[in-house]
Design a protein around this ligand. Sequence first.
Ligand code: ATP
Ligand code: MG
Length: 333
Amino acid sequence: MSIVLTGDRPTGPLHLGHYIGSLKNRLDLQHKHQMYIMIADTQALTDYFDRPQFVRDNIWQIAQDYLAIGLDACDIFIQSTIKALPELTMYYMNLVTLARVTRNPTVKAELKQKASKESFEQSAPCGFVCYPISQAADITCVQAELIPVGIDQLPMIEQANEIVRKFNSMYKTDVLKESQAILSETSRLIGIDGNAKASKSLNNCIFLIDSPDVVKQKVMSMYTDPNHIRVSDPGNVKNNVVFHYLEAFYEDKEDLAAMKAHYKKGGLGDVTIKQKLIGILENILEPIRERRSKIKQTDVEAIVYAGCKKASKTAHEVLYKVKEAMHLNFDIN
Ligand code: ATP
Ligand code: MG
């Protein structure tokens, strides 16, 4: 049994990208390991610092999403309640050079994404550029060994492991452990608009809370092959959003291969493949809606607060050992 940590930023409700990139793995892992799920509000504030109420509302939205999916055999906690985290982050900051933080490819891509304001790189808060360092604190505070994430998170785990190695060798200790990412088969779901990643910030996703009508309308608006004008025309399955989603969610691979061959040859219409996709997505989303309708806010709060207490205790113990290794264990009582 290993310790597993994953998390999401409370910047909007969870979507199918999360489901296929990480949540589906978590459903399985929660029964095999000790699993923590962190709602990363402190991290969300690095670029939503001016919208604290929005972040707070989304904490409860995401917690409800977790329970609706069936994540009920794990400990869910809120990042900002763990007092050891900013302290660990502060110590780790000294182990990372400025050049290294700005070289992180995910941070670079996210800065670029925000840079319709070309100047975001100029005005980006230090907290945002340094969030991979605070993520190293998140991972180590519960001594996590396995991290089920989407592919965009690989550079973060690499950076966290660098910090772990540096800390252990610098302070001649073995208190911190390295962690390993677990990638799902679909480690990056594209957006319904064809963008490389479905993301809350880009609002190009199908959310787990979307009603059947909204799901239908979003699938119907998906881009297919612009040259596939008549049903009888041969179609392209590459760069075709509907087929990308079918690849990710349709479990009958034999039928999918047959559909692809039919589409390429001509004779399979866009409406037909879209209707097929709607049916497949509804098979996933309907049970989630059903479970959600039975969840009470008071239950969500009780579950999350219990998780916060547990994670806080573990993090405090890790912080104690970290400070001991750094000769900062003062006994002031
Ligand atoms: P934001 O735009 O606010 O960063 P997000 O949609 O990227 O939101 P996060 O909370 O940053 O979501 O990510 C939570 C987890 O979900 C991470 O492990 C991330 O890799 C994974 N994830 C997010 N979007 C996708 C996607 N489109 N495909 C696969 N995995 C994803
Ligand atoms: Mg993200």
